[in-house]
Ligand binder design. Structure first.
Ligand SMILES: Nc1ncnc2c1ncn2[C@@H]1O[C@H](COP(=O)(O)OP(=O)(O)OP(=O)(O)O)[C@@H](O)[C@H]1O
Length: 625
């Protein structure tokens, strides 16, 4: 195990700004040699061969670039090395870390910077890294602070540490290059021995692309094994890699080193041809002067439309030549002769409470910085409360007044349900890509995410209902003894929680938001129609009647009604008897002794809905590999 701390100059420190007092060195890692041997991958359904006997080796201290035309198999190889995203594929061959097959456990020693960046855009760079550190660094607050300071310093993120990350189509935040460096920074917090990057320079201008490859090169020099896929690098970038692997038609066309000591631009291509490019020239494909070598090779290895047979033949020639060349033989020996070395130490997950705390903090900041939902709900519920209050203003205890009060109670049940459920159906779609990625990166369990996310919704989806209830309560003239008001608040809470738990459940088990929406609509119609106001629950036909027992509309309405009619406001309270209460309730086929069972049943609904939602989410996240 490595014990020394590498002392590197921070990448672009002066350019991007760094805190001078901070330690600007990356912590040491266990050196890792990654080998892959005879990897063959086939699509299960179509039988299409995606990779064929691909072998390779990546060593600590080296930056290896996987290159090739589109469809060559670069991403599939990267996924195989990481043992993820292999759904629907049959795989063969072995991937070894210091001679050990780790399988999925490779995530515990590696970082994977994926091409599409997923962040919580409302957070600043520093806040995001602090929370990531809580999820990735096992240790005390001081260790986390140092790790964050180190990676910010190494990746030149100090200057933008207080800038919000921003989101595409939303608030503008940090630049594309800074986002890419933030992705690496998150991965580096775990101090991985191996770093995988999928197309790290795509979408960046040449200056940004160079700075990103410079970062990767520096990370490799710190003793890490860095592997990235890359599309058409410029001549300059191309020379920054320690090793390049060219792929074509799912095979290895070359794995070796490009020349890196080129001083004069005009000599660049000829100089490369001395070593790396020599192989392609020997195969009969010469590189013209002033031509970007990577461009030429990728072009040579591409399968052109309308010339497929010719291209495939050419690829076959090159791949066979490579296998029989000294490069191919050296590679074969290197891969086969890798002895078992020390198993690198694996990152341990942080505790479940730490995970929940960090995720809750992230959600809370996001909600706080995104006040539109909160504001909309509070305003909407205040207006609805006022409207209900004015509509049923001080209803008298006449038969019409009693019926109005029951109508007001049922309306409250509906309002607590509909806006909650449709407000929460978006629970998963927005979060899902980030959650499933972070879960597969080994940052936290689905349970931690689920608990934190549900808790983060709780205050808003409780307060809004109570605001509506309390705004309307005295206006309508509901029974206002302290006990009745408190019970009314509890009932409103249980109704709103039943709705949000049901919304979360539907969101977690539906494959998409439109399906969730079209499930929720008819379901709520059924549940509200059997809730007790539109049709008397005692007179429903038997083939429909059972639905009422699945309806929190019914239990919530019954509990509200029992609470309301158990006693009434002065001066009528003295003449209000149990018989009168029972008579009002019996009009609705409700029973006074069902009050506590109603509360218990709604609590059970909440538990069951949350549990099903959790199981649905866990299943979907596990399948999203
Ligand atoms: N699950 C799958 N089922 C069927 N075919 C697949 C599957 N995954 C990948 N392929 C096919 O395998 C080939 C290689 O895909 P891959 O994404 O690895 O290529 P790539 O070199 O990374 O391409 P690009 O540079 O365009 O991202 C493609 O033809 C792709 O359509």
């Amino acid at each position: 195990m490595a014990t020394e701390t590498c002392s590197l100059l921070s990448v672009g420190q002066s350019e991007y700004g760094a805190a001078p007092s901070m330690i600007s060195a990356l912590e040491a890692v266990d050196p890792v040699t990654l080998t892959w041997h005879n990897i063959s991958i086939q699509a299960r359904k179509s039988g299409k061969r995606i990779l064929e006997n691909v072998s390779g080796i990546a060593k600590p201290g080296q930056l290896l670039a996987l290159m090739g035309a589109s469809g060559a198999g670069k991403t599939t190889l990267l996924n195989m090395l990481l043992s993820r995203n292999l759904k629907g594929l049959d795989t063969n061959g072995s991937v070894k870390v210091n001679g050990h097959e780790l399988g999925r456990r490779i995530t515990a020693i590696s970082g994977y910077a994926q091409q599409d960046e997923l962040f919580v855009g409302t957070l600043t760079v520093k806040e995001y890294l602090d929370i990531q550190a809580k999820l990735r660094v096992n240790g005390d607050a001081d260790k986390r602070r140092r790790r964050v300071a180190n990676v910010m310093s190494q990746l030149g993120l100090y200057k933008c540490q207080n800038t919000r990350i921003g989101a595409i189509g939303g608030q503008k935040g940090i630049s594309g290059g800074e986002m890419r460096r933030l992705t690496f920074a998150c991965e580096l917090l775990s101090n991985p021995s191996v770093l995988f990057c999928d197309e790290p320079t795509t979408g960046l201008d040449s200056f940004m692309a160079e700075s990103v490859v410079q970062v990767l090169s520096t990370l490799a020099k710190s003793g890490r094994t860095v592997i990235c896929t890359i599309h058409q690098p410029s001549s300059q970038l191309y020379l920054m890699f320690d090793r390049v692997m060219f792929m074509a038609g799912g095979k290895t066309a070359f794995l070796g080193s490009p020349k890196d000591a080129i001083q004069v631009e005009t000599r660049l291509i000829r100089s490369i041809s001395n070593d790396f490019f020599q192989f392609f020239e020997d195969a009969g494909f010469t590189c013209p002067r002033n031509f970007n070598p990577a461009d030429l090779i990728i072009h040579t290895l591409a399968v052109m439309p309308n010339e497929e047979d010719k291209c495939r033949q050419r690829i076959e020639v090159i791949c066979t030549k490579f296998q029989n060349s000294s490069y191919g033989r050296t590679l074969k020996i290197g891969v086969e002769k890798t002895d078992e070395g020390q198993r690198p130490s694996e990152r341990r997950k942080t505790g479940i409470l730490t995970q929940i705390g960090a995720l809750l903090q992230r959600s809370a900041i996001d909600t706080w910085r995104n006040p539109s939902l909160t504001r909309a709900k509070v305003i909407q519920k205040s207006i609805m409360g006022l409207f209900v209050g004015l509509l049923y203003l001080q209803s008298p205890l006449t038969s019409i007044g009693i019926s109005n009060l029951n109508g007001a109670l049922f309306y409250l049940v509906c309002e607590l349900t509909y806006s909650t459920i449709f407000g929460i159906l978006n629970f998963l779609p927005t979060d899902f890509p980030l959650v499933s990625r972070e879960y597969h990166d080994g940052l936290y369990s689905v349970f931690s995410y689920y608990v934190a996310r549900c808790l983060s919704y709780l205050p808003l989806f409780t307060a809004d209902g109570l605001i509506m209830l309390l705004v309307s309560y005295w206006l309508v003239g509901f029974s206002n003894s302290l006990v009745q008001v408190l019970f009314a608040c509890l009932i409103a809470f249980l109704i709103e929680q039943s709705s949000s738990a049901c919304g979360i459940m539907i969101s977690c088990i539906s494959p998409s938001l439109p399906i969730a929406m079209s499930t929720a609509g008819p379901l709520l119609t059924l549940l509200s129609l059997t809730g007790g106001l539109y049709a008397n629950v005692g007179a429903l036909p038997s083939y429909i009647s059972w639905i009422q027992y699945l309806s929190w509309f019914r239990y919530g309405f019954e509990a509200f009604a029992i609470n309301q009619w158990s006693s009434v406001n002065e001066p009528n309270s003295t003449i209000w008897t149990e018989a009168k209460r029972d008579s009002v309730l019996s009009q609705l086929s409700f029973h006074a002794d069902m009050f506590y069972p109603d509360l218990v049943i709604m609590s059970a609904f909440i538990l069951v809905f949350y549990s099903i939602g959790y199981l649905g989410l866990a299943y979907r996240v596990s399948k999203a590999r």
